[in-house]
Design a protein around this ligand. Structure first.
Ligand SMILES: [Zn+2]
Ligand SMILES: [Zn+2]
Length: 340
């Protein structure tokens, strides 16, 4: 038996319980998890809006640990290797998978969603998903790379084409936004980031952003100053409410890109005439590819990105961790630890 955090039924709470040890199937590796990143999505999954197949399901889509055993046919990995894992498992044969855009695969399966994930002592994952972890990166820091960091990297660099000399806005400085600031600065862009919480603004400023409180200072006025009236090249919306979409689109320059990363509201309202007149682009952003994860491992090793962890909780204290996540007083991401 091992410990794991599961969704036993929709509408309930995440719960820590004993589960059977996973066994690595053909092509899979058994990983002893040393740390896993807690994501708000882990909690949102309780709603049942994203069907997870059979329950109970072990959640957790961000993990780091060491390879313990290998299933049949696996080459290139050995027990003891330090690893993290890409989240997506595509069919491997469709046009999207063949193009390396696994996140668009219609038959997509994900670690911690449609198959058991990393909030456990052990997890079996396809060896093809493993990414080697250099010794300089701790398991805890690595545990937030697959989603909190790689998702921002995928969104901003590959979807938003954020580049040298651009000016961008990041709405929300939570677990994603704080890494978005660092990625934009590494890419050579200037960043204006918004949060109502002063600790989060202070953190964004430490990483080189201009930070404002949208409740105290209208975004439009701040962006007008920030860009000398031009509007920004890219808006990264980590919130995804009607209000964030309305405010974000209003500060975009003609031809600018609006990145939909958050999706709190079910629908958004998009004014049609400004879109027509300005050729602005509204771009959906989903997760990250394995190459994105490889890239952010490299950027972390070379210290161009620092994973920001706000709190640590042992795996079995999942209720406290979720309460802290929902309290909103967190700066950075939560990592669930394992006893050594
Ligand atoms: Zn997530
Ligand atoms: Zn596919």
């Amino acid at each position: 038996m091992m410990r794991a955090v599961v969704i036993a039924r929709y509408g309930a709470e995440l719960e820590a319980r004993g589960c059977a040890m996973p066994r690595p199937g053909p092509g899979e590796a058994l990983v002893r998890v040393r740390a896993s990143g807690l994501c708000a999505t882990d909690v949102h999954l309780l709603s049942g809006r994203q069907p997870l197949g059979t329950l109970p399901r072990i959640v957790g889509h961000e993990l780091a640990g060491e390879v313990i055993a290998l299933g049949d046919g696996v080459t290139g990995w050995r027990p003891g290797d330090r690893v993290t894992a890409a989240i997506d498992i595509g069919c491997g044969n469709c046009r999207h998978c063949l193009a390396g855009q696994t996140q668009r695969c219609r038959a997509l399966r994900r670690i911690g969603f449609e198959r058991d994930g990393g909030h456990a002592d052990y997890v079996a994952v396809p060896a093809a998903n493993l990414v080697a972890l250099p010794a300089e990166i701790s398991y805890e820091a690595a545990a937030i790379l697959p989603d909190a960091v790689a998702c921002m990297y995928h969104s901003m660099i590959h979807r938003g084409m954020v580049a040298l000399g651009q000016r961008i806005v990041i709405l929300g400085i939570g677990g994603l936004g704080v890494h978005g600031v660092q990625i934009a600065r590494s890419a050579g862009a200037e960043v204006l980031a918004t949060s109502r919480r002063s600790e989060r603004r202070a953190l964004a400023e430490r990483y080189g952003a201009v930070a404002i409180d949208p409740a105290a200072q209208p975004l439009a006025a701040a962006v007008a100053t920030f860009t000398q009236g031009e509007g920004v090249d890219v808006v990264v919306d980590n919130i995804g409410t009607r209000e964030s979409v309305r405010q974000g689109l209003a500060v975009l320059r003609p031809g600018g890109k609006f990145l939909v990363v958050g999706y709190l509201d079910e629908t958004f309202e998009i004014p049609s005439m400004p879109l027509f007149k300005t050729e602005q682009e509204i771009i959906g952003c989903r997760g990250s590819t394995k190459q994105d994860l490889i890239d952010v491992v490299h950027l972390t090793r070379t210290e161009r990105i620092t994973p920001v962890i706000g709190a640590y909780y042992p795996l079995e204290k999942i209720h406290e961790a979720v309460a802290r996540l929902q309290s909103g007083d967190l700066v950075g991401r939560i990592v669930l630890t394992r006893d050594a």
